[in-house]
Design a protein around this ligand. Structure first.
Ligand code: SF4
Length: 596
Protein backbone atom coordinates (compact mmCIF):
# COMPACT_ATOMS: atom_id res chain seq x y z
CA UNK A 1 0.00 0.00 0.00
CA UNK A 2 2.74 2.50 0.85
CA UNK A 3 5.12 3.74 -1.78
CA UNK A 4 8.85 3.98 -1.27
CA UNK A 5 8.97 6.85 -3.78
CA UNK A 6 7.12 10.14 -4.21
CA UNK A 7 4.44 10.48 -6.89
CA UNK A 8 4.61 14.04 -8.23
CA UNK A 9 2.55 15.86 -10.83
CA UNK A 10 4.57 18.45 -12.75
CA UNK A 11 2.65 21.00 -14.81
CA UNK A 12 4.04 23.46 -17.35
CA UNK A 13 1.63 26.39 -17.59
CA UNK A 14 3.13 27.55 -20.87
CA UNK A 15 1.94 24.39 -22.62
CA UNK A 16 -0.90 23.46 -20.28
CA UNK A 17 0.55 19.93 -20.10
CA UNK A 18 1.57 17.83 -17.15
CA UNK A 19 3.18 14.52 -16.34
CA UNK A 20 3.57 12.20 -13.40
CA UNK A 21 7.11 11.62 -12.22
CA UNK A 22 8.33 9.32 -9.49
CA UNK A 23 11.14 10.51 -7.27
CA UNK A 24 13.16 8.63 -4.65
CA UNK A 25 13.72 10.00 -1.17
CA UNK A 26 10.90 8.79 1.08
CA UNK A 27 13.41 7.50 3.63
CA UNK A 28 15.63 10.56 3.51
CA UNK A 29 13.39 13.59 2.77
CA UNK A 30 10.14 12.06 4.14
CA UNK A 31 7.57 14.53 2.70
CA UNK A 32 6.23 18.05 3.42
CA UNK A 33 9.15 20.42 4.13
CA UNK A 34 11.75 17.80 3.19
CA UNK A 35 10.02 16.94 -0.07
CA UNK A 36 9.51 20.62 -0.98
CA UNK A 37 13.25 21.24 -0.49
CA UNK A 38 14.08 18.12 -2.52
CA UNK A 39 11.82 19.31 -5.34
CA UNK A 40 13.23 22.85 -5.28
CA UNK A 41 16.70 21.31 -5.49
CA UNK A 42 15.58 19.45 -8.60
CA UNK A 43 13.37 22.02 -10.35
CA UNK A 44 14.38 25.38 -8.80
CA UNK A 45 17.01 27.86 -10.00
CA UNK A 46 19.09 29.45 -7.26
CA UNK A 47 20.55 31.96 -9.74
CA UNK A 48 17.31 33.17 -11.35
CA UNK A 49 14.86 35.67 -9.84
CA UNK A 50 11.70 34.55 -8.05
CA UNK A 51 9.43 35.58 -10.94
CA UNK A 52 11.35 33.81 -13.68
CA UNK A 53 8.73 31.60 -15.35
CA UNK A 54 11.02 28.59 -14.91
CA UNK A 55 10.90 28.84 -11.12
CA UNK A 56 8.67 26.18 -9.57
CA UNK A 57 5.74 26.67 -7.24
CA UNK A 58 5.67 23.52 -5.14
CA UNK A 59 2.96 21.93 -2.96
CA UNK A 60 3.71 18.80 -0.90
CA UNK A 61 2.08 16.55 1.68
CA UNK A 62 3.47 13.90 4.03
CA UNK A 63 3.44 10.11 4.51
CA UNK A 64 0.78 10.23 7.26
CA UNK A 65 -1.67 12.52 5.41
CA UNK A 66 -5.07 10.86 5.18
CA UNK A 67 -4.11 8.14 7.65
CA UNK A 68 -3.95 10.06 10.94
CA UNK A 69 -5.77 13.14 12.25
CA UNK A 70 -4.20 16.62 12.08
CA UNK A 71 -1.74 15.53 9.38
CA UNK A 72 -3.59 18.26 7.59
CA UNK A 73 -1.10 20.78 6.27
CA UNK A 74 0.32 21.32 2.82
CA UNK A 75 3.78 22.82 2.46
CA UNK A 76 4.25 25.39 -0.30
CA UNK A 77 7.88 25.90 -1.42
CA UNK A 78 8.98 28.74 -3.71
CA UNK A 79 11.53 31.46 -4.27
CA UNK A 80 9.96 34.33 -2.37
CA UNK A 81 9.28 37.79 -3.80
CA UNK A 82 9.88 39.14 -0.30
CA UNK A 83 13.63 38.46 -0.34
CA UNK A 84 14.24 36.49 -3.56
CA UNK A 85 15.35 33.50 -1.48
CA UNK A 86 13.93 30.02 -1.02
CA UNK A 87 11.02 29.98 1.42
CA UNK A 88 8.12 27.93 2.66
CA UNK A 89 4.56 28.64 3.69
CA UNK A 90 2.04 26.20 5.23
CA UNK A 91 -1.75 25.92 5.02
CA UNK A 92 -4.49 23.47 5.98
CA UNK A 93 -8.15 23.49 4.94
CA UNK A 94 -8.88 20.63 2.56
CA UNK A 95 -5.58 21.10 0.70
CA UNK A 96 -3.67 18.09 2.02
CA UNK A 97 -6.49 15.57 1.84
CA UNK A 98 -7.44 16.61 -1.67
CA UNK A 99 -3.85 15.93 -2.81
CA UNK A 100 -3.89 12.56 -1.04
CA UNK A 101 -7.19 11.59 -2.70
CA UNK A 102 -5.80 12.78 -6.05
CA UNK A 103 -3.01 10.23 -5.45
CA UNK A 104 -0.27 12.85 -5.35
CA UNK A 105 2.54 13.48 -2.87
CA UNK A 106 3.32 16.75 -4.55
CA UNK A 107 2.51 19.23 -7.29
CA UNK A 108 5.16 21.27 -9.12
CA UNK A 109 3.94 24.16 -11.28
CA UNK A 110 6.38 25.84 -13.67
CA UNK A 111 6.02 28.20 -16.63
CA UNK A 112 3.62 31.08 -17.16
CA UNK A 113 0.14 30.83 -18.61
CA UNK A 114 -0.65 32.98 -21.65
CA UNK A 115 -3.75 34.42 -19.96
CA UNK A 116 -5.06 34.53 -16.42
CA UNK A 117 -5.92 30.88 -15.74
CA UNK A 118 -7.23 28.32 -13.30
CA UNK A 119 -5.44 24.99 -13.13
CA UNK A 120 -7.78 22.12 -12.37
CA UNK A 121 -6.31 18.73 -11.50
CA UNK A 122 -7.48 15.41 -10.12
CA UNK A 123 -6.44 11.78 -10.12
CA UNK A 124 -7.48 11.44 -13.75
CA UNK A 125 -7.60 14.91 -15.24
CA UNK A 126 -5.67 18.11 -15.86
CA UNK A 127 -7.13 21.23 -17.40
CA UNK A 128 -5.94 24.80 -17.72
CA UNK A 129 -8.97 27.08 -17.91
CA UNK A 130 -8.97 30.66 -19.16
CA UNK A 131 -10.37 32.94 -16.43
CA UNK A 132 -9.14 36.31 -17.76
CA UNK A 133 -12.53 37.81 -16.80
CA UNK A 134 -11.61 37.29 -13.13
CA UNK A 135 -8.74 39.79 -13.27
CA UNK A 136 -8.95 42.25 -10.40
CA UNK A 137 -11.83 40.40 -8.81
CA UNK A 138 -11.64 40.14 -5.03
CA UNK A 139 -11.38 36.83 -3.23
CA UNK A 140 -14.97 36.67 -2.06
CA UNK A 141 -16.40 37.04 -5.56
CA UNK A 142 -13.80 34.80 -7.20
CA UNK A 143 -14.53 32.11 -4.57
CA UNK A 144 -18.20 32.02 -5.53
CA UNK A 145 -17.41 31.99 -9.26
CA UNK A 146 -14.79 29.24 -8.95
CA UNK A 147 -16.97 26.98 -6.80
CA UNK A 148 -19.76 27.24 -9.37
CA UNK A 149 -17.41 26.70 -12.29
CA UNK A 150 -15.47 23.77 -10.87
CA UNK A 151 -18.24 22.00 -9.01
CA UNK A 152 -17.51 19.06 -6.72
CA UNK A 153 -17.28 19.28 -2.98
CA UNK A 154 -15.98 17.09 -0.18
CA UNK A 155 -12.38 16.35 -1.13
CA UNK A 156 -12.07 19.33 -3.46
CA UNK A 157 -9.75 22.16 -2.49
CA UNK A 158 -9.36 25.55 -4.17
CA UNK A 159 -6.27 27.75 -3.82
CA UNK A 160 -6.79 31.29 -5.11
CA UNK A 161 -5.29 34.76 -5.13
CA UNK A 162 -6.79 38.23 -4.91
CA UNK A 163 -5.80 41.59 -6.41
CA UNK A 164 -2.67 41.69 -4.19
CA UNK A 165 -1.35 38.50 -5.82
CA UNK A 166 -2.11 39.76 -9.31
CA UNK A 167 -0.33 43.04 -8.42
CA UNK A 168 2.70 41.03 -7.25
CA UNK A 169 2.68 42.27 -3.66
CA UNK A 170 5.61 40.67 -1.82
CA UNK A 171 3.19 39.62 0.91
CA UNK A 172 0.23 38.46 -1.17
CA UNK A 173 -1.16 35.24 0.24
CA UNK A 174 -2.75 32.18 -1.36
CA UNK A 175 -6.15 31.60 0.19
CA UNK A 176 -7.19 27.98 0.66
CA UNK A 177 -10.90 27.08 0.85
CA UNK A 178 -11.81 30.52 2.28
CA UNK A 179 -10.55 30.30 5.87
CA UNK A 180 -6.94 29.08 5.57
CA UNK A 181 -3.93 30.69 3.91
CA UNK A 182 -0.41 30.14 2.64
CA UNK A 183 0.10 33.47 4.33
CA UNK A 184 3.71 34.42 4.60
CA UNK A 185 6.47 35.30 2.14
CA UNK A 186 4.34 36.11 -0.89
CA UNK A 187 3.29 32.81 -2.50
CA UNK A 188 0.31 34.74 -3.92
CA UNK A 189 2.66 36.89 -6.01
CA UNK A 190 4.35 33.76 -7.37
CA UNK A 191 0.93 32.59 -8.59
CA UNK A 192 0.27 36.09 -9.95
CA UNK A 193 3.59 36.10 -11.83
CA UNK A 194 2.53 32.81 -13.46
CA UNK A 195 -0.86 34.23 -14.49
CA UNK A 196 -2.48 31.71 -12.20
CA UNK A 197 -5.63 32.94 -10.46
CA UNK A 198 -6.49 29.59 -8.92
CA UNK A 199 -5.64 25.92 -8.54
CA UNK A 200 -8.48 23.46 -8.00
CA UNK A 201 -7.60 20.00 -6.73
CA UNK A 202 -10.25 17.34 -6.99
CA UNK A 203 -9.58 14.52 -4.57
CA UNK A 204 -11.50 12.15 -6.79
CA UNK A 205 -9.57 8.95 -6.14
CA UNK A 206 -9.59 6.45 -3.29
CA UNK A 207 -6.93 4.78 -1.19
CA UNK A 208 -6.93 1.75 1.08
CA UNK A 209 -6.34 1.86 4.79
CA UNK A 210 -4.05 -0.76 6.34
CA UNK A 211 -5.73 -3.99 7.26
CA UNK A 212 -5.46 -5.58 10.68
CA UNK A 213 -5.84 -4.34 14.21
CA UNK A 214 -2.59 -2.47 14.71
CA UNK A 215 -3.46 0.56 12.59
CA UNK A 216 -7.09 0.76 13.75
CA UNK A 217 -6.09 0.65 17.43
CA UNK A 218 -3.38 3.23 16.96
CA UNK A 219 -5.75 5.57 15.11
CA UNK A 220 -8.21 5.30 17.98
CA UNK A 221 -5.49 6.04 20.50
CA UNK A 222 -4.33 9.15 18.61
CA UNK A 223 -7.92 10.32 18.20
CA UNK A 224 -8.52 9.83 21.92
CA UNK A 225 -5.48 11.84 22.89
CA UNK A 226 -6.59 14.66 20.59
CA UNK A 227 -10.18 14.77 21.73
CA UNK A 228 -10.49 13.52 25.31
CA UNK A 229 -7.40 14.95 26.97
CA UNK A 230 -6.98 18.65 27.70
CA UNK A 231 -3.96 18.97 25.38
CA UNK A 232 -5.96 20.52 22.54
CA UNK A 233 -8.74 22.21 24.57
CA UNK A 234 -7.33 25.71 24.33
CA UNK A 235 -7.36 25.58 20.53
CA UNK A 236 -11.03 24.60 20.34
CA UNK A 237 -12.36 26.76 23.13
CA UNK A 238 -11.17 30.33 22.87
CA UNK A 239 -8.58 29.37 20.27
CA UNK A 240 -5.27 31.19 19.85
CA UNK A 241 -6.93 34.57 20.67
CA UNK A 242 -6.66 33.44 24.30
CA UNK A 243 -3.08 34.78 23.96
CA UNK A 244 -4.19 38.41 23.58
CA UNK A 245 -5.05 38.92 27.27
CA UNK A 246 -2.16 36.74 28.46
CA UNK A 247 0.45 38.62 26.43
CA UNK A 248 -1.05 41.97 27.41
CA UNK A 249 -0.81 40.98 31.07
CA UNK A 250 2.90 40.11 30.81
CA UNK A 251 3.72 43.19 28.70
CA UNK A 252 4.42 41.22 25.54
CA UNK A 253 1.65 42.31 23.16
CA UNK A 254 2.79 44.52 20.25
CA UNK A 255 0.59 47.63 20.42
CA UNK A 256 0.48 50.74 18.18
CA UNK A 257 3.49 49.83 16.07
CA UNK A 258 5.20 48.41 19.17
CA UNK A 259 5.24 51.73 20.99
CA UNK A 260 3.62 49.82 23.86
CA UNK A 261 3.49 46.22 25.04
CA UNK A 262 0.46 46.50 27.29
CA UNK A 263 -2.79 48.50 27.25
CA UNK A 264 -5.50 48.73 29.95
CA UNK A 265 -8.16 49.00 27.18
CA UNK A 266 -7.36 45.68 25.55
CA UNK A 267 -10.53 43.97 26.85
CA UNK A 268 -12.42 44.85 23.64
CA UNK A 269 -10.27 42.46 21.57
CA UNK A 270 -9.44 39.60 23.92
CA UNK A 271 -10.29 36.01 22.99
CA UNK A 272 -13.03 36.10 25.63
CA UNK A 273 -14.68 39.17 24.03
CA UNK A 274 -14.47 37.69 20.53
CA UNK A 275 -16.08 34.48 21.79
CA UNK A 276 -18.82 36.27 23.77
CA UNK A 277 -19.77 38.88 21.17
CA UNK A 278 -18.77 37.79 17.67
CA UNK A 279 -18.39 34.00 17.48
CA UNK A 280 -20.80 32.24 15.13
CA UNK A 281 -19.24 28.80 14.94
CA UNK A 282 -16.06 26.72 14.90
CA UNK A 283 -14.87 24.85 11.87
CA UNK A 284 -11.91 22.59 11.09
CA UNK A 285 -9.40 21.53 8.47
CA UNK A 286 -10.32 18.24 6.78
CA UNK A 287 -9.31 15.31 8.96
CA UNK A 288 -9.16 17.35 12.18
CA UNK A 289 -11.46 16.58 15.11
CA UNK A 290 -10.25 19.64 17.06
CA UNK A 291 -11.76 22.52 15.08
CA UNK A 292 -9.68 25.53 16.08
CA UNK A 293 -10.96 27.79 13.30
CA UNK A 294 -13.17 30.45 14.87
CA UNK A 295 -15.65 32.23 12.64
CA UNK A 296 -17.07 35.59 13.68
CA UNK A 297 -19.28 37.94 11.72
CA UNK A 298 -19.34 41.46 10.35
CA UNK A 299 -22.57 43.27 9.59
CA UNK A 300 -23.03 45.72 6.74
CA UNK A 301 -26.05 47.91 6.15
CA UNK A 302 -27.81 47.68 2.76
CA UNK A 303 -29.24 50.72 1.06
CA UNK A 304 -32.74 49.79 2.23
CA UNK A 305 -33.54 50.65 5.85
CA UNK A 306 -33.20 47.85 8.40
CA UNK A 307 -31.60 45.42 5.98
CA UNK A 308 -28.23 43.98 6.79
CA UNK A 309 -25.69 41.73 5.18
CA UNK A 310 -23.79 39.38 7.49
CA UNK A 311 -20.42 38.10 6.41
CA UNK A 312 -18.41 35.35 8.09
CA UNK A 313 -14.79 36.15 8.94
CA UNK A 314 -12.29 33.84 10.62
CA UNK A 315 -10.08 35.14 13.41
CA UNK A 316 -6.95 33.99 15.27
CA UNK A 317 -4.44 35.61 17.56
CA UNK A 318 -2.25 36.78 14.66
CA UNK A 319 -4.93 38.65 12.67
CA UNK A 320 -6.22 40.20 15.91
CA UNK A 321 -2.77 41.46 16.87
CA UNK A 322 -2.03 42.72 13.33
CA UNK A 323 -5.30 44.56 12.66
CA UNK A 324 -6.19 45.18 16.31
CA UNK A 325 -3.55 45.94 18.93
CA UNK A 326 -0.85 46.89 16.41
CA UNK A 327 -3.23 49.49 14.90
CA UNK A 328 -4.64 50.57 18.26
CA UNK A 329 -8.08 49.20 17.32
CA UNK A 330 -9.74 47.75 20.41
CA UNK A 331 -13.21 46.87 19.21
CA UNK A 332 -13.76 43.25 18.11
CA UNK A 333 -16.23 44.05 15.30
CA UNK A 334 -13.94 46.78 13.94
CA UNK A 335 -11.07 44.28 13.87
CA UNK A 336 -13.22 41.79 11.95
CA UNK A 337 -14.18 44.46 9.43
CA UNK A 338 -10.49 45.18 8.70
CA UNK A 339 -9.70 41.44 8.43
CA UNK A 340 -12.63 41.15 6.01
CA UNK A 341 -10.99 43.70 3.67
CA UNK A 342 -7.58 42.00 4.00
CA UNK A 343 -9.26 38.73 2.96
CA UNK A 344 -10.86 40.33 -0.08
CA UNK A 345 -7.52 41.74 -1.25
CA UNK A 346 -5.61 38.50 -0.59
CA UNK A 347 -2.91 40.03 1.61
CA UNK A 348 -0.96 38.33 4.38
CA UNK A 349 -2.72 39.83 7.37
CA UNK A 350 0.36 40.04 9.60
CA UNK A 351 2.48 41.88 7.06
CA UNK A 352 -0.39 44.15 6.00
CA UNK A 353 -1.29 45.18 9.58
CA UNK A 354 2.31 45.80 10.61
CA UNK A 355 2.93 47.78 7.39
CA UNK A 356 0.01 50.11 8.12
CA UNK A 357 1.13 50.48 11.74
CA UNK A 358 4.48 51.74 10.44
CA UNK A 359 2.72 54.06 7.96
CA UNK A 360 0.61 55.52 10.79
CA UNK A 361 3.67 56.37 12.87
CA UNK A 362 5.51 57.67 9.79
CA UNK A 363 2.57 59.97 9.02
CA UNK A 364 2.42 61.14 12.62
CA UNK A 365 6.15 61.93 12.55
CA UNK A 366 5.82 63.86 9.27
CA UNK A 367 8.06 61.44 7.34
CA UNK A 368 5.23 60.90 4.87
CA UNK A 369 2.07 62.93 4.24
CA UNK A 370 -1.53 62.27 3.32
CA UNK A 371 -0.44 62.67 -0.29
CA UNK A 372 1.14 59.24 0.15
CA UNK A 373 -1.33 57.53 2.48
CA UNK A 374 -4.48 58.93 0.74
CA UNK A 375 -6.21 58.29 4.07
CA UNK A 376 -5.53 60.22 7.30
CA UNK A 377 -4.23 57.13 9.11
CA UNK A 378 -4.69 57.35 12.88
CA UNK A 379 -4.39 54.62 15.50
CA UNK A 380 -7.86 53.26 16.37
CA UNK A 381 -9.45 54.59 13.18
CA UNK A 382 -10.81 51.29 11.81
CA UNK A 383 -12.65 52.88 8.86
CA UNK A 384 -9.40 54.51 7.69
CA UNK A 385 -7.50 51.24 7.98
CA UNK A 386 -10.16 49.40 5.99
CA UNK A 387 -9.76 51.89 3.18
CA UNK A 388 -5.96 51.75 3.41
CA UNK A 389 -6.01 47.93 3.19
CA UNK A 390 -7.83 48.28 -0.10
CA UNK A 391 -5.20 50.74 -1.38
CA UNK A 392 -2.48 48.33 -0.27
CA UNK A 393 -4.08 45.40 -2.12
CA UNK A 394 -4.79 47.39 -5.26
CA UNK A 395 -1.48 49.29 -5.24
CA UNK A 396 -3.33 52.59 -5.61
CA UNK A 397 -0.23 54.83 -5.83
CA UNK A 398 3.59 54.66 -5.68
CA UNK A 399 3.55 54.70 -1.89
CA UNK A 400 1.22 51.72 -1.54
CA UNK A 401 3.05 49.87 -4.29
CA UNK A 402 6.35 50.23 -2.41
CA UNK A 403 4.75 49.43 0.94
CA UNK A 404 3.31 46.26 -0.64
CA UNK A 405 6.90 45.17 -1.32
CA UNK A 406 7.66 45.22 2.42
CA UNK A 407 7.69 47.77 5.26
CA UNK A 408 11.48 48.00 5.21
CA UNK A 409 11.48 48.73 1.46
CA UNK A 410 9.14 51.68 2.12
CA UNK A 411 11.27 52.80 5.10
CA UNK A 412 14.41 52.69 2.93
CA UNK A 413 12.73 55.02 0.46
CA UNK A 414 10.93 57.41 2.83
CA UNK A 415 12.85 57.06 6.13
CA UNK A 416 11.71 55.53 9.43
CA UNK A 417 13.77 52.30 9.43
CA UNK A 418 14.20 52.52 13.22
CA UNK A 419 10.51 51.93 13.85
CA UNK A 420 9.79 49.43 11.05
CA UNK A 421 8.69 46.34 12.98
CA UNK A 422 10.40 43.91 10.64
CA UNK A 423 12.13 40.72 11.73
CA UNK A 424 13.01 39.19 8.37
CA UNK A 425 9.43 40.00 7.44
CA UNK A 426 6.79 41.95 9.38
CA UNK A 427 6.79 40.73 12.99
CA UNK A 428 4.50 38.10 14.52
CA UNK A 429 2.29 38.90 17.49
CA UNK A 430 4.78 38.31 20.30
CA UNK A 431 6.94 40.96 21.96
CA UNK A 432 8.27 38.45 24.47
CA UNK A 433 11.93 39.45 24.29
CA UNK A 434 15.40 38.70 22.99
CA UNK A 435 15.02 35.01 22.10
CA UNK A 436 11.84 35.51 20.08
CA UNK A 437 13.27 38.48 18.19
CA UNK A 438 16.37 36.43 17.36
CA UNK A 439 14.30 33.40 16.37
CA UNK A 440 12.07 35.34 13.97
CA UNK A 441 14.74 37.53 12.40
CA UNK A 442 16.91 34.49 11.64
CA UNK A 443 14.21 31.81 11.38
CA UNK A 444 13.99 29.82 8.19
CA UNK A 445 10.53 31.14 7.32
CA UNK A 446 10.80 34.27 9.54
CA UNK A 447 7.72 32.82 11.18
CA UNK A 448 6.77 32.82 14.86
CA UNK A 449 6.30 29.06 14.38
CA UNK A 450 9.83 28.27 13.14
CA UNK A 451 10.80 27.69 16.76
CA UNK A 452 9.25 28.24 20.18
CA UNK A 453 11.37 31.34 20.91
CA UNK A 454 8.30 33.16 22.29
CA UNK A 455 7.78 30.35 24.79
CA UNK A 456 11.48 30.20 25.77
CA UNK A 457 11.34 33.92 26.61
CA UNK A 458 8.36 33.37 28.89
CA UNK A 459 10.00 30.52 30.79
CA UNK A 460 13.58 31.73 31.14
CA UNK A 461 14.59 34.84 33.00
CA UNK A 462 18.28 33.94 32.94
CA UNK A 463 20.36 35.04 29.96
CA UNK A 464 22.34 32.06 28.76
CA UNK A 465 23.31 32.47 25.11
CA UNK A 466 24.56 28.91 24.71
CA UNK A 467 21.38 27.39 26.14
CA UNK A 468 19.11 29.64 24.08
CA UNK A 469 20.92 28.89 20.79
CA UNK A 470 20.95 25.18 21.60
CA UNK A 471 17.19 25.37 22.18
CA UNK A 472 16.56 27.21 18.89
CA UNK A 473 18.57 24.73 16.81
CA UNK A 474 17.08 21.68 18.50
CA UNK A 475 13.51 22.99 18.52
CA UNK A 476 13.70 23.84 14.81
CA UNK A 477 14.87 20.32 14.10
CA UNK A 478 11.87 18.79 15.89
CA UNK A 479 9.47 21.11 14.10
CA UNK A 480 11.04 20.44 10.71
CA UNK A 481 10.31 16.75 11.13
CA UNK A 482 6.70 17.54 12.10
CA UNK A 483 6.27 19.80 9.08
CA UNK A 484 7.76 17.06 6.91
CA UNK A 485 4.99 14.81 8.23
CA UNK A 486 2.74 17.87 7.60
CA UNK A 487 1.38 17.73 11.15
CA UNK A 488 -0.52 20.76 12.37
CA UNK A 489 1.97 22.30 14.82
CA UNK A 490 -0.85 22.76 17.35
CA UNK A 491 -0.68 18.97 17.79
CA UNK A 492 3.00 18.95 18.72
CA UNK A 493 2.22 18.02 22.33
CA UNK A 494 0.44 14.89 21.06
CA UNK A 495 2.69 13.83 18.18
CA UNK A 496 5.83 13.18 20.19
CA UNK A 497 8.64 11.15 18.57
CA UNK A 498 7.47 7.82 19.93
CA UNK A 499 3.93 8.25 18.64
CA UNK A 500 5.17 9.47 15.25
CA UNK A 501 7.38 6.38 14.98
CA UNK A 502 4.39 4.15 15.84
CA UNK A 503 2.29 5.88 13.16
CA UNK A 504 5.00 5.46 10.53
CA UNK A 505 5.55 1.81 11.50
CA UNK A 506 1.83 1.06 11.32
CA UNK A 507 1.85 2.11 7.65
CA UNK A 508 5.04 0.23 6.85
CA UNK A 509 7.48 3.16 6.83
CA UNK A 510 9.80 1.24 9.12
CA UNK A 511 13.08 2.67 7.84
CA UNK A 512 11.83 6.23 8.25
CA UNK A 513 10.51 5.42 11.73
CA UNK A 514 13.91 4.04 12.61
CA UNK A 515 15.89 7.08 11.46
CA UNK A 516 13.74 10.06 12.43
CA UNK A 517 16.58 11.99 14.11
CA UNK A 518 18.96 11.63 11.17
CA UNK A 519 16.21 12.53 8.70
CA UNK A 520 15.23 15.62 10.73
CA UNK A 521 18.87 16.76 10.85
CA UNK A 522 19.28 16.13 7.14
CA UNK A 523 16.15 18.11 6.19
CA UNK A 524 17.09 20.97 8.51
CA UNK A 525 20.48 21.19 6.80
CA UNK A 526 19.03 20.80 3.32
CA UNK A 527 16.62 23.71 3.84
CA UNK A 528 19.35 25.99 5.21
CA UNK A 529 21.65 25.02 2.35
CA UNK A 530 18.98 26.12 -0.13
CA UNK A 531 18.31 29.33 1.77
CA UNK A 532 22.00 30.25 1.84
CA UNK A 533 22.44 29.26 -1.81
CA UNK A 534 19.67 31.68 -2.76
CA UNK A 535 21.39 34.59 -1.01
CA UNK A 536 20.61 34.58 2.72
CA UNK A 537 23.43 36.04 4.82
CA UNK A 538 22.61 35.49 8.50
CA UNK A 539 25.56 37.61 9.66
CA UNK A 540 24.17 40.67 7.84
CA UNK A 541 20.74 40.52 9.48
CA UNK A 542 19.74 43.60 11.49
CA UNK A 543 17.11 44.13 14.17
CA UNK A 544 15.46 47.59 13.99
CA UNK A 545 15.90 49.93 16.95
CA UNK A 546 12.22 49.78 17.98
CA UNK A 547 12.72 46.21 19.24
CA UNK A 548 15.39 47.44 21.65
CA UNK A 549 13.21 50.23 23.06
CA UNK A 550 10.45 48.15 24.59
CA UNK A 551 9.80 46.91 28.11
CA UNK A 552 8.52 43.39 28.77
CA UNK A 553 7.79 41.57 32.02
CA UNK A 554 11.57 41.05 32.26
CA UNK A 555 12.24 44.79 32.07
CA UNK A 556 14.06 46.63 29.29
CA UNK A 557 15.48 44.70 26.37
CA UNK A 558 19.11 43.74 26.98
CA UNK A 559 20.73 44.90 23.73
CA UNK A 560 24.05 43.19 24.43
CA UNK A 561 22.32 39.85 25.07
CA UNK A 562 20.18 40.31 21.95
CA UNK A 563 23.21 41.03 19.75
CA UNK A 564 25.24 38.13 21.11
CA UNK A 565 22.31 35.75 20.62
CA UNK A 566 21.88 36.95 17.06
CA UNK A 567 25.59 36.56 16.31
CA UNK A 568 25.82 33.04 17.76
CA UNK A 569 22.58 31.77 16.17
CA UNK A 570 23.70 33.21 12.82
CA UNK A 571 26.96 31.23 13.14
CA UNK A 572 25.05 28.02 13.83
CA UNK A 573 22.84 28.60 10.78
CA UNK A 574 25.88 29.02 8.55
CA UNK A 575 27.26 25.74 9.94
CA UNK A 576 23.92 24.01 9.32
CA UNK A 577 23.89 25.29 5.75
CA UNK A 578 27.31 23.86 4.91
CA UNK A 579 27.24 21.01 2.45
CA UNK A 580 26.83 17.74 4.31
CA UNK A 581 30.08 15.81 4.31
CA UNK A 582 30.18 12.78 2.08
CA UNK A 583 30.64 10.65 5.18
CA UNK A 584 27.39 11.95 6.76
CA UNK A 585 25.41 11.47 3.55
CA UNK A 586 26.79 7.95 3.23
CA UNK A 587 25.77 7.17 6.82
CA UNK A 588 22.24 8.55 6.30
CA UNK A 589 21.84 6.55 3.10
CA UNK A 590 23.18 3.39 4.73
CA UNK A 591 20.75 3.84 7.58
CA UNK A 592 17.93 4.43 5.08
CA UNK A 593 18.64 1.29 3.05
CA UNK A 594 19.15 -0.90 6.12
CA UNK A 595 15.98 -2.80 6.84
CA UNK A 596 14.50 -2.30 3.38
S1 SF4 B 1 -6.11 22.37 15.04
FE1 SF4 B 1 -6.92 24.00 13.71
S2 SF4 B 1 -5.30 24.51 12.22
FE2 SF4 B 1 -4.80 22.53 13.19
S3 SF4 B 1 -5.66 21.03 11.78
FE3 SF4 B 1 -7.24 21.42 13.34
S4 SF4 B 1 -8.54 23.04 12.52
FE4 SF4 B 1 -6.65 22.99 11.27
Amino acid sequence: MIRDHFRILTVDLATGKGKIVTIDGRDTEAGGSGLAALLFNKYGHTDKPWNDPEQPLIFTIGPLTGYFPLMSKTVCGFKSPYHDQYGESHAGGRSALSLRFADLDGLVVTGKAGRLSCLSIGSRHLELMDVHYMRGIDLQRSGKMLRKMIGGAGHRSIFRIGPAGENLSAYACITVDTYRHFGRLGGGAVMGSKNLKAIAIQGDGVFDLPEGKEYAELFEEVHKQLTTTDMMDKYHNLGTPVNVAILNEIKALPIKNLQQTTDPNIKGITGETFADDTLLRNTACAGCPVGCIHIGFVREKFMEPNQYLYRQVSYDHEPIFATGSMLGVTNAFSVLSIIDMVEKMGLDVMSAGVALAWATEALDKGIISEKETLVPLKFDDAAGYKEAMQHLGLGSNDFYRILAQGTMKAAEQYGGKDFACVLGQEMGGYATGEVFFTSQVLGFRHSHLDTGGYSFDQKHEEKNVEEAVKFLVHDEQGRVFLTSMVACLFARAVYKDELLADCLNSLGYTTLADSMDQVAQHIQKLRWRLRLATGFDPAAVKIPKRFTEITTWKGSIDVKYLNTLKKEYAKRIVELGKKEKKEETKKAKKKATKGK
